[in-house]
Design a protein around this ligand. Structure first.
Ligand code: ZN
Length: 592
């Protein structure tokens, strides 16, 4: 067995997907909300039997490898490595990363070496003395330096570049590409120098970049600088501290979000270990997706300034879309968590316990400083809070806040409701997610349903025998589902005494139909008793037969006209006879 097959066999797809998607039993399959598109009712299906998945909303699907590739935005080789590690399988042929994957690995490696270099200078080297001193004044203990692998970039402008070029044999292009070095008029130098270094990891423990903070504010550029966008570092897709805190997030099912590196470190040191630093203002969609894989609750602990407020507002629709419960902490005794904890650790922890549901928080914020009695005041409040309410997807929750607003302003619920509809309309058009199955005709939907009924039956052979008489002669063989029905009919005829075996059947099926066949195995079927099940199959086959016959009559009608025009009367007669025959069949069916 080759590596790929071995890994596929060892991985339990339901358990793998179950880590990030909440799956519920649905007959032979499991279903849940799709992690790859936004939906309210589950159309994401997993088959434990076949070890495959498919989403009937966005039409993505595949096996364990394609799931990881889709989830992590990575290539096959990387997915194989991750899953082999998970399955405890030592890969026999070490997969040779090529192209982008190979390049990425070189860049990770360069960052890893830079991390060790910076960390050594901070913890061991005399050049790091000033940085150590600085961390001490900020009351950041050595354990934190170690846990988060903090570092120091020395004042010597080419220290790291030289080290990686001469000692580690990296190419200059690679160092420029990963953002560790930069080209200036006087040559290539280190991107970071004389800065305290915070490594940035992705959630798979790769070092993707760094944030560097000036020790002493000066005119050498901004207080903080980050690695530029590179092949492996994308601003807005990472959180500082994730490599350390992700397990704590999972355990507590809550993420405390703070703005800066020191906020996160101070929290962690104070025992608030489920913390992440956003390193920007508003959350991005990728960050929210990442969060939703670890937690159900997100608590925002942003600075009280207007940028922090704006960040909260802008993040809500994304959090709401992922069904994350969101709360806000009002920071006591300081402008940010770092300061607040230093001033009064207990007070801060208490504030954390009294986190406020985000909508209540924003409600209070929009009322603050406004005159509720004046028309202008009311208008200001409505203008600031109503767009927030419009993002609430749950209608009960939405009604709650509309009523709260209506009571506070002494304005009728109806007028607020009308106002919100006005806001909503443009939002609706933005959504525009087209569910592909909508495009199917009724006939195509029936075919998909019939194939799914058959292949998900405990004994597909019996199921096929149920429809043979109905469909054998009338079936078209043009579209994919029709072709599968055709192959099912032919295959079952060859079976005689043998049982239906999915693997054997798949062998008979042309390869281009495999995906659709697998999809049918996952199609969400209604609950049916064994008796009803066969009845449903017959009924569906009957409906299809009728459609096929009507189609045929139309087609015959066209052909007859054409042949008449060509004066081929003998052929016309033949076609008419067939048409009469089909009409009789249709009449007989309708009598039944
Ligand atoms: Zn989907």
């Amino acid at each position: 067995m080759d590596d790929v097959a071995l890994v596929r066999e060892k991985i339990d797809l339901v358990a793998l997907i179950g880590e990030t998607v909440s799956l519920k039993r649905a007959g032979k399959n499991f279903k849940g909300l799709c992690p790859f598109h936004s939906e309210k009712s589950p159309s994401f299906m997993v088959s434990p039997e076949r070890q495959i998945w498919h989403c009937f909303g966005c039409q993505k699907g595949g096996d364990c490898f394609s799931f990881i590739m889709e989830q992590e935005h990575i290539e096959f080789v990387e997915a194989l490595r991750i899953l082999a590690k998970r399955a405890g399988i030592e890969l026999q042929q070490s997969p040779i990363a090529t192209g982008i994957a190979a390049k990425k690995e070189r860049l990770y490696e360069a960052n890893k070496l830079a991390l060790d270099f910076y960390h050594y200078l901070l913890t061991e080297h005399k050049s790091g003395a000033q940085a150590r001193e600085y961390l001490n004044t900020r009351k950041m203990g050595e354990k934190i330096w170690q846990t988060f692998k903090l570092g120091f970039a020395p004042d010597q402008r080419d220290a790291l570049t030289n080290y990686l070029l001469k000692r580690k044999h990296f190419k200059l292009e690679e160092l420029l590409e990963v953002g560790l070095s930069t080209r200036t008029r006087s040559g290539v130098i280190d991107f970071f120098w004389n800065r305290l270094m915070f490594p940035l990891y992705d959630h798979r423990d790769n070092v993707v970049g760094f944030a560097g903070r000036l020790l002493i504010p000066s005119d050498h550029g901004p207080k903080y600088i980050n690695t530029k966008e590179t092949l492996i570092y994308h601003k807005g897709q990472t959180f500082f501290a994730i490599q350390v805190t992700k397990e704590h997030l999972r355990k507590t099912n809550q993420a405390i979000l703070v703005e800066g590196e020191f906020d996160a470190l101070t929290c962690f040191q104070a025992g608030i270990t489920n913390v992440l630093a956003v390193k920007g203002t508003a959350l991005t969609e990728q960050q929210v997706t990442l969060l939703s894989r670890y937690v159900n609750k997100v608590t925002m602990c942003f600075d009280g300034d207007s940028a922090g407020q704006e960040a909260i507002k802008r993040s809500i629709p994304l959090l709401e879309k992922k069904n994350l419960q969101t709360t806000v902490v009002i920071i006591p005794n300081g402008k940010d968590p770092d300061e607040a904890i230093k001033n009064n650790e207990l007070g801060f922890k208490q504030a954390l316990k009294h986190d406020i549901p985000v909508y209540d928080y924003l409600f209070d914020e929009s009322i603050k400083g406004q005159d509720k009695a004046s028309a202008q005041g009311k208008r200001n409040i409505v203008e600031s809070f109503l767009p927030v309410v419009a993002t609430i997807e749950n209608s009960v929750v939405r009604e709650h806040y509309l009523k709260k607003l209506s009571a506070a302003l002494d304005t009728s619920y109806e007028s607020l409701n009308r106002e919100i509809e006005r806001i909503e309309r443009p939002l609706e058009t933005q959504k525009g997610e087209i569910v592909q199955s909508e495009k199917q005709t009724r006939q195509e939907r029936l075919e998909e349903y019939l194939v799914s009924l058959i292949v998900q039956h405990d004994d597909p052979k019996t199921a096929v025998l149920q429809i043979i008489t109905a469909l054998d002669s009338s079936l078209n063989n043009e579209r994919a589902y029709q072709k599968i029905i055709f192959h099912l009919l032919t295959f079952v005829k060859t079976l005689q005494q043998a049982m239906f075996d999915h693997e054997v059947f798949l062998h008979h099926l042309p390869e281009e139909l495999t995906t659709i066949y697998n999809k049918s195995l996952l199609f969400p079927l209604p609950k049916l008793t064994p008796e009803d099940y066969l009845v449903e199959i017959s009924k569906t086959a009957g409906q299809l037969k009728e459609m096929y016959l009507r189609e045929r009559i139309q087609e015959l009608g066209k052909q007859i006209k054409q042949k008449e025009a060509e004066d081929k009367l003998e052929e016309v007669e033949q076609l008419e006879a067939e048409s009469v025959e089909i009409t009789k069949q249709l009449q007989a069916m309708n009598v039944k």
